[in-house]
Design a protein around this ligand. Structure first.
Ligand code: ADP
Ligand code: MG
Length: 247
């Protein structure tokens, strides 16, 4: 089954302001697609369009299905996970407990005394393995609130992957994250993109060039350029846009 996520003729207006202009793009499975562009380009707005938070004209398709009219909860049901919005980290619970809870197929089951002890053990093993993948095994028994900012971001990513989403939407997941944790995040992201469609909004071009398979550049609400990291890196007009911003 194809999980291509496609925008066809997407427009968003805030009153007179035209925030997204006729966006036609495709996000493909087994790839990390980076969405880049100057502040105010429309990146977050486009992520909101994909997750169902933003009204728009035009279509959003997941595979063959037109999901334009579906609310965020229905889209989540189809496997579209917007990290850091849908995921809740419980600060007083340990990292391990947070992970195990996220792996419960149904949050209600948590309080059901009759759930099987075997299911419980499998869940615990799965939780431990996932924390290892995200470099969080050393802090598994600490309350989530005690983690560094970067570790919390890693935990949020781990939790948002618990439901094994087909589409993972990450809007600046590394904001405020230190170098070491960012490196773990990038390495992990490379590994978890298999079997899903990942969309990443990220300012750090080193991260983008490292982790992205495909790059989409937005500027002033329009599609400005797209291509492989090598193509984007070599694109003179893309460089001008970014230099213009940092000047
Ligand atoms: P980016 O994430 O690329 O920095 P955004 O998608 O957040 O940009 O915003 C794109 C433009 O749309 C900006 O000029 C922003 O001010 C405007 N905008 C975003 N959300 C709203 C809103 N709810 N109402 C009015 N203007 C908005
Ligand atoms: Mg944004």
């Amino acid at each position: 089954m194809s999980h291509d996520l496609v925008c066809r003729g997407v427009n968003v207006r805030f009153g007179q302001f035209h925030a997204l202009r006729d966006i036609n793009v495709s996000f493909q499975p087994n790839r990390v697609t980076a969405l880049i562009g100057p502040n105010g380009a429309g990146k977050t707005t486009l992520m909101n369009v994909l997750s169902g938070l933003q009204k728009h004209s035009g279509q959003v398709l997941l595979g063959d299905q037109d999901i334009s009219g579906l609310r965020p909860d229905r889209r989540a049901g189809l496997g579209i996970s917007r990290s850091f919005q849908i995921v809740a980290v419980f600060p007083d619970m340990t990292v391990f407990e947070n992970m195990r809870l996220a792996l419960q197929p149904n949050a209600l089951a948590w309080s059901m005394p009759w759930r099987s002890i075997h299911g419980y053990r499998d869940l615990a093993a799965d939780a431990a393995a996932r924390l290892e993948t995200f470099g969080l095994h050393d802090v598994a028994d600490r309350p989530a609130a005690e983690l560094s900012h970067g570790q919390q971001k890693l935990l949020e990513l781990a939790l948002s992957l618990a439901s094994d989403p087909k589409v993972l939407l990450l809007d600046e997941p590394l904001a405020g994250v230190g170098h070491g944790d960012a490196k773990t995040f990038v390495q992990t992201l490379g590994r978890i993109s298999e079997g899903r469609t990942t969309v990443l909004v990220e300012h750090n071009m080193d991260v983008v060039l490292n982790v992205a398979d495909h790059i989409i550049v937005l500027a002033d609400g329009s599609l400005f350029a797209q291509g492989t990291p090598a193509e984007i890196r070599a694109d003179r007009k893309v460089r001008d846009v970014f230099l213009g911003q940092s000047a």
